[in-house]
Design a protein around this ligand. Structure first.
Ligand SMILES: [Fe+2]
Length: 268
């Protein structure tokens, strides 16, 4: 791993928190609020440097404004500038009702780096897929044409790469080829990150590094033809990724797992 630089920028990615409408309601047998709170407690305990906190979609399960407010309350102890993008379970209007923070496509000036956040919730198929709409693809193309020498990290919810899991490949980014073409034409794109898969992935895409963070709630077992929860072993644990962006355009990422909270009987 390259040495950290005093000008390095630290991002923290939390994704697929899936908070339920009411506190105490269970998401696939776990209390997603408590689980997220445990992740926050863990992060506070290790003094993780966080300049920017990236929340990459499926932040709540049914898109209610009250659940977004709970999410932001749980995250309140963490440092860092907040950014969030929607996933297929999110409702942009409810996210905007919960806070004045930008939601959806956004360019963030990180000094040496630029961060481009995309909204991949367009054209949903109702089963979990999503796409970038034409206007957003054009926006991305225009942004990449600007400052071609500055390194870029792109974050979106849906994975633009197939993973070999049949059921998940059916609900990956709908127009992945158009997205990948733009990345391939922009060598300053150093990294692409996503959520959606509820598992860790480390790959490359069109010359850029590609990372997927596991969920802060439940994990899905990779390389399956049908949906299957990861129910045991380290890969079943909630987790997150950190990213260190260095001034020379290099980027490092680390995967961290956190102990799962014990299952509880559902209220009511
Ligand atoms: Fe999810």
């Amino acid at each position: 791993m390259a040495e950290a630089h005093s000008d390095s920028i630290y991002l923290l990615q939390l994704t697929d928190c899936h908070l339920m409408p009411q506190p105490g309601q269970l998401f696939r047998d776990i209390d997603a609020d408590r689980q997220l709170a445990r992740v926050v407690e863990h992060l506070m305990g290790i003094d993780q440097p966080i300049d920017h906190l990236l929340l990459t979609g499926d932040l709540v399960h049914h898109g209610e404004a009250q659940a977004y407010r709970r999410l932001l309350d749980i995250l309140a102890p963490l440092p860092g500038e907040r950014h969030w993008i929607p996933g297929n379970h999110d409702e942009i209007d409810a996210m905007r009702a919960a806070t004045s923070m930008p939601c959806g496509q956004e360019e963030v000036d990180l000094g040496y780096w630029r961060l481009l956040l995309l909204d991949s919730s367009s054209y949903p198929d109702g089963r979990g897929s999503g796409s970038l709409n034409e206007e957003e693809l054009h926006w991305l193309q225009q942004r990449l044409a600007q400052s071609p020498e500055r390194p870029v990290l792109i974050a979106l919810h849906h994975n633009p790469l197939s993973t070999g899991s049949d059921w998940q490949d059916e609900i990956m980014l709908g127009n992945a080829a158009a997205f990948t073409e733009l990345v391939a034409a922009a060598p300053q794109v150093k990294a692409v990150i996503c959520g959606h898969l509820h598992q860790s992935q480390v790959r490359t895409i069109a010359g850029a590094q590609f990372w997927c963070s596991p969920s802060t709630s439940v994990q899905f077992r990779p390389a399956q033809s049908d949906f299957l929860l990861e129910s045991e072993g380290p890969d079943s644990q909630p987790g997150y990724r950190w990213y260190r962006l260095d001034p020379d355009g290099s980027v490092e990422s680390g995967l961290v797992r956190v102990d799962a909270v014990a299952p509880e009987p559902e209220l009511g």
